[in-house]
Each structure stands twice: as C-alpha cells, then as structure tokens.
Design a protein around this ligand. Structure first.
Ligand code: OSB
Ligand code: MG
Length: 395
C-alpha cells in the first residue's frame, strides 16, 4: 500500500465541503491517575470532514473532562470549533496542509481544538492523494526522512494505590512486551515508587512524569532521583515554565523532558537556548497540530534533540495519526502510544493496535489514518457523552 511519491510531486488539493463534530465518552478499562486527578473515561471531540469529492477525513481533539493537563475541555473545543473555526474553513481549498493553520490564525490559543480540526484536514488530504498519512507527513519532512512503517512505543502507568500495586502493573506491562515504562509521580509519590520499580527491574528503560507538580525549591529533592538511572524526568515544574527548568537541569544528571511547557516551535527554541530541555515529548495536540509538529520535528533534527511522541489516551482516531507521525525516523525514543487493549475494551476504530515485536505498533496499512470508524460504537459513545455531560463524564 506504500505509495512512494517524490518530494516534488504535486499533490492534489482538497476543498472542504462540510464538517461534523462528535463528542464522545468511552470508558477506560482502568482509571488513569496523574498528579491532577483520576480519569475514568476518555472524552474526545471527533472532527469528521467531508471534501467536495466525498472523501471523509477524521481528527481527534485530545482533551480530558478536567482542564488539568491543558486548559481546554470538550465544551470549549465544541464552542471554539463550531462558532469560529468551522465557519472560517468550510468551502476553503487546501493545496498544502501546512497552509491550513493560516486560515484559523486569527483565533488564538485553543491548541487541542485546532489540532483536531487540522488532523481531519491531513487525513482527508492524504486519502485524496491515495497516501498513508505517514507518507504524507514524510513528504513534508526534511529530505531523506522516510517513515519506518512502525513506531517504537512504551507504556504510561498512572498513580497506583500502593507500591506493590505499582510493581504488579509494571510486571504485567513488561510481560505484555512493553520495552519502556513511564511512571506518573507527584509530591509524596516519587522516590519510593522509583526505588521499588528500579529494585524489581534493574535494567528496564524507566522514566518519570511529574505533570508539573514540583517547584524550583524542590531541586535538591528531585536530584535524589538521579540514583535510579532514569531515561528522563518529564515536566517536573510548572506547565508554563521554561526558565526554572533550565536552572533545575543544571542540578540534575537525569535529563529533563519537557511536555506541557513546549506549546510551539518558538517555545522549543527558547528551551534549547537556555538548556532547559534534554528530550522533547511532542504532542501534536499541545502544539496546535501536525504542521507545527513538522516544524518542531525539523528543529529537533537540526539540534540533535531526542524526540518522542506523547499521548493523551486517545481513541483510535487520534492514536492512528500519532502512530503515523511517530514512525518518522527522527522520533528516536519510545513514544507514549500503547496498544488498544491498554486503554479500551472496544475502541471506536478497527482494526485495533496490537503490540508487535520489539515494543512497536505498526502503521495501519490503508490510506490516511488507515483505521475505520465503527459507526455503531460512535453512536453509543455519543449517547454516553449525552447522558453524562452535566458532570463532564466524571463517574
Ligand atoms: O502527561 O503525558 C502526559 C495522559 C493524559 C494527560 C497527560 C499525559 C498522559 C499520558 C498518557 O501520559 C500516555 C498515553 O496516551 O498512553
Ligand atoms: Mg507528560
């Protein structure tokens, strides 16, 4: 199914005929707890875009019901999209998906909402050109960056009720074949959990994600984590800080990976300039979409900055697009994109993502995102949102 298209091949433009939004609630197999609370269900706004030629593209706004990771929610994404962004783009012709962000540039912020819309454009554009989305990304990547057909992945493990429970979950994920483990930490749940998992598994690729729970004054405490030979520590300090991460990095041997703090290519340049970043977790949703992600990818290549793709426990729609991006060759550390059975009993798309050899997920073998929406499950998940929307889906 791989169609190799040289970089100077002219790709066919699409015209946006209509866009539908679907807000869904999909129960996780197990709740996911981070430093900002526990989530029981995936909330997403899915964007269904139809071209004048009848091609349908899908995108996912990666959000949660609690504005804890980012500031957006399902209702803000619905509002910004339906009132402002959709009217601005319906009827427009897209000859290059990287020109799409300019159409909605006058609406500020709301990166997760705009990223979902842009993802639908990329999917429709790739499908209209008989290309896998991964080949379409590669088309706009630096010369020679051909997609690898699979993404190397790890697993993100939420905060558990006890150290024993944590080690048990880690054991289970390792037995499933995951080659890299990320533990969520918070103040009061860090040193002991890292020690317990490291003692049980002296050689695994292990990393921690603090989701902004610490302060600059915690530097000495965080330096204690150096002894556990961590691959990285992700986003220890405030979600909007770069400066203090730079100061902290001088005190740590463990490399700092930024997540929340890098919301644009410009943020990344600042972080590089002041030594606040050793590794980047690139979430296409956080930076406002795949066009900005391609620019960030280029900056990582230029600066030899290790890079991986982060996740937000997406449905198959968002996951398929992220796998397609994570298969680019400069994504050189395991990404936070796990198999379907780590998240859901039944996802909204088929076929499911299955963990393959060497802790990888294969890029779906079809045009665009390469997975098919299951309309019956979509309707059920929309119904579930409708019934639970007053409390944002919180069980
Ligand atoms: O910080 O990376 C994060 C999920 C929701 C919000 C923030 C984060 C995460 C994850 C999930 O770690 C990783 C995944 O999608 O498997
Ligand atoms: Mg993170």
């Amino acid at each position: 199914m791989t169609r190799t298209i040289s970089k100077d091949t002219h790709l066919k433009a699409i015209q946006i005929q209509s866009i539908n939004l679907h807000t869904v609630l999909l129960p996780y197999l197990t709740p996911f707890e981070t430093s900002f609370g526990a989530e029981t269900d995936k909330v997403a706004v899915l964007v269904e875009l139809t071209t004048d030629a009848g091609i349908v593209g899908w995108g996912e706004c990666s959000i949660e019901f609690w504005p804890g990771y980012g500031s957006e929610t399902a209702l803000t994404a619905q509002h910004i999209l339906s009132e402002f962004m959709l009217p601005a783009v319906v009827g427009e012709t897209i000859a290059d998906p990287r020109a799409f962000p300019a159409l909605i540039k006058r609406f500020r912020g709301n990166h997760h909402a705009r990223a979902g819309l842009e993802a639908a454009v990329w999917d429709a554009f790739a499908k209209s050109n008989d290309m896998r989305l991964t080949d379409c990304f590669a088309h706009y990547a630096p010369p020679g960056h051909e997609p690898e057909g699979r993404a190397t992945v790890g697993v993100s493990i939420g905060i558990q009720p006890s150290l024993e429970a944590t080690v048990a979950v880690v054991n289970q994920r390792l037995s499933e074949g995951y080659g890299r483990v990320k533990l969520k930490i918070k103040r009061g749940w860090d040193f002991e959990v890292a020690r317990a998992v490291r003692a049980a598994h002296p050689d695994i690729l292990l990393m921690l994600d603090a989701n902004s729970d610490y302060q600059p004054e915690d530097a000495e405490h965080l330096a204690q984590l150096d002894q556990f030979n961590l691959l990285m520590i992700e986003q220890p300090l405030s979600h909007d800080d770069i400066f203090y991460h730079g100061q902290l990095q001088k005190r740590l041997r463990t490399r700092i990976c930024l997540d929340e703090s890098v919301k644009s290519a410009s943020d990344l340049q600042v972080a590089l300039q002041i030594g606040a970043i050793g590794i980047l977790n690139l979430k296409p949703a956080r930076v406002g979409g795949f066009s900005e992600s391609l620019e960030i990818y280029r900056i990582c290549v230029e600066n030899d900055l290790p890079l991986w793709i982060g996740g937000m426990l997406e449905t198959g729609v968002g996951r398929a697009a992220n796998v397609s991006f994570a298969a680019l060759p400069a994504v050189n550390l395991p990404s936070d994109i796990s198999a379907t059975d780590r998240y859901f009993a039944a996802d909204l798309t088929e076929p499911p993502f299955v963990l393959g050899a060497e802790s990888t997920l294969a890029v779906p073998d079809g045009y665009g995102i390469g997975v098919e929406i299951q309309r019956d499950r979509l309707e059920e998940a929309k119904q579930r949102w409708w019934e639970n929307r007053s409390h944002g889906g919180a069980r």
